[in-house]
Design a binder for this molecule. Sequence first.
Ligand code: NAD
Ligand code: UDP
Length: 342
Amino acid sequence: MKILVTGAAGYIGSHTCIELVNAGYDIIGADNFVNSSMEAIRRVRKLCGVNFPFEEIDFTDKDATEKLFEKYQIDAVMHFAGLKAVGESVQIPIEYYQNNLGSTLSLLAAMKKHDVKNFIFSSSATVYGAEASVPYNEHTPVSRVTSSPYGNTKLMIEYILKDAVKAIPGFNAVLLRYFNPVGAHESGEIGEDPTGIPNNLVPYVARVAVGKLPVIHIFGNDYDTPDGTCLRDYIHVVDLAKGHVAALKKIEQNCGLFICNLGTGKGTSVLEMVKAFSKSCGRELPYEFAPRRAGDLPAFWADPSFAKESLGWTAEKGIQEMCDDVWRWQSKNPNGYRDADA
Ligand code: NAD
Ligand code: UDP
C-alpha cells in the first residue's frame, strides 16, 4: 500500500513516517515547510534507512495537488498538514480556515478524480464539547462550535469527511482524535520544534530545561483537581504514530467512517509533568503560578477502550519516558533543526 503523508516534516508526521516504513508501507512524504524543515525529512530517511520520495508542495494549491496524484499511484492519504496554534488561530482565523479546509478540499478533489478512497485525518479531542463529561469516549457529543478557529477547522473537516463517506461509494475516512501528543523519537534525532516561544506545556518546559527560557508559568493552581493544576491525557508521539499504522489495518477492511480516540486514559497534572521533566534533566526546574489561561478546561482525558477493542492498539509509554525522550531531543538539539539548516 502506498501512502501519501501530508505534513511529513512536521512533529507527528515525521514520527509516523518512521513507523509506516518500519511496518513495511511505501510512503511519499509532502510538506510546504510553513512550520517545519527539510532537515526533519533527512533525519527520518536516515533513521528508517529508506530514501522515500518527498515533494515540497502547498496543498491549498489545487493544481499542484492534482499533479502529485498524476505523478504517483497513491492508495491512501494520511493528512497531517495543517496550521495548529490555537492562540494564533484566534488572531488570524481566515488564514486558518483557508489553509486547513483548503488543503483538505484540494486533497479530496484530487482523490475523487483519481479514485483514491482512503483518508486518515488528524483530528483532536478539542472537538468534544466543554460540557462533556470525562473520560471522553467516541459517543461523547461533539461541540457545535469549539473554543477556537483552529478547533472549528477540525470540527468542519470531520463534517466534510462524514459527508464524503455518505456520498462516495467505498470511501473510507478515519478520524483520529488525538489527546496531548508529547515525547520524541528515542534516538533524540527528531522531535517537536516550535518556532518562537512555545505555547504548549512540554515544549515550554523543555526550553526552560535547556536554559533558553528562565521559568515555567503554571496557568492556574486553583482548579478543582488533586493538586489544583489542570489534568491532560499526554500521549507519547511514537505511540500515536503506531496508532496510525493500526488504523491503516482498519482502512484495509473497508471501514467506511471510523472515529477513534488516541489517548492513554490517564490524566496528568501540570505539576506532575514539571516534576517528571525535572527528573529527566536532573535538576529542579523553576516554576511560578500564574493566572488561569482563557479557554482552558480543568481536566480531560480519553476513554481508550474503543481503540483497544477495534484497533488492538494501546499506548505503552508513560510520562517519565515521554519527558526523558523530549529531554534527549532538546539537549542534543538546543536550537531544534535550525543549526542543521544554517
Ligand atoms: P506540525 O506543525 O509540526 O506539522 C504540520 C505540518 O504541516 C508542518 O510540517 C507544516 O509545514 C505542514 N503544513 C501546514 N500547512 C500545509 C499546507 N497547506 N501544505 C503542505 N504542508 C502544510 O504539527 P503536528 O503537531 O505534527 O500536527 C499534525 C496534525 O495533527 C495537524 O493537523 C494538527 O492540527 C493535528 N493535531 C496536533 C496536535 C498536537 O498537539 N500536536 C493535537 C491534535 C491534532
Ligand atoms: N500550561 C501551563 N503553562 C504553559 C503552557 C501550558 O501551565 O506554559 C498548561 C495549560 O494551562 C494546560 C496544560 O498545561 O492546563 C496543557 O496545555 P497545552 O497548551 O500543552 O495543551 P492543551 O491546552 O491543548 O491541552
